[in-house]
Design a protein around this ligand. Structure first.
Ligand SMILES: [Cu+2]
Length: 170
């Protein structure tokens, strides 16, 4: 079969671009551990702040000593606006919104998730010690640009851990 030279160049070009895309996806997923959160848990958005899972926002320890961070998004803030977490320790984030869709992004880390009213987003990650900015990366209204929180990550030995929960909230 005779294929025109230009046709052949374009076919190779497309092949190379596809190979690059698949390779970069594989490197991100396998090398850098970047995965989309996959977790389906629902919550009535109007009652999220009185729900046992989010009544107390912030950092907690479950009965097995694992660290959890519970955050509620609303126009135009994150609750709580500041958290302190231990470094090099797996932390499971639980996120929900009481109004519109927000985007929870811990800048310069792989911690990021959509925050959708009616659902609890969850992901687990760990951090190096330092200060991190939590931004909203999903346009949510006129005050969107002011929607930010702070994350302090301190060496685990200096971290003041909260009391363990009496019963596992989840
Ligand atoms: Cu927002």
């Amino acid at each position: 079969m005779n294929i025109d030279l230009y046709e052949r160049i374009w076919m190779w070009g497309v092949g190379v671009v596809l190979a690059l895309f698949f390779t970069s996806t594989a490197v991100a997923a396998l090398g850098h551990q970047i995965h989309p959160p996959s977790h389906v848990e629902t919550i009535p958005p109007g009652q999220a702040l009185s729900d046992p899972r989010f009544r107390r926002q912030g950092v907690s320890l479950d009965q097995r000593g694992r660290v959890h961070a519970r955050v509620v998004g609303l126009m135009f803030t994150w609750l709580p606006p500041e958290m302190t977490l231990p470094a090099d320790t797996p932390v499971t984030f639980h996120l929900t919104s009481i109004d519109v869709i927000h985007g929870f992004q811990i800048v310069r880390t792989n911690g990021q998730s959509m925050v959708v009213p009616g659902y609890v987003s969850q992901f687990t990650t760990r951090f190096a010690a330092g200060e991190y900015l939590i931004a909203c990366n999903e346009y949510c209204g006129v005050g969107h640009h002011t929607m930010a929180a702070k994350l302090h990550v301190v060496p685990a030995s200096q971290w003041k851990s909260p009391a363990r929960e009496v019963a596992d909230v989840r």
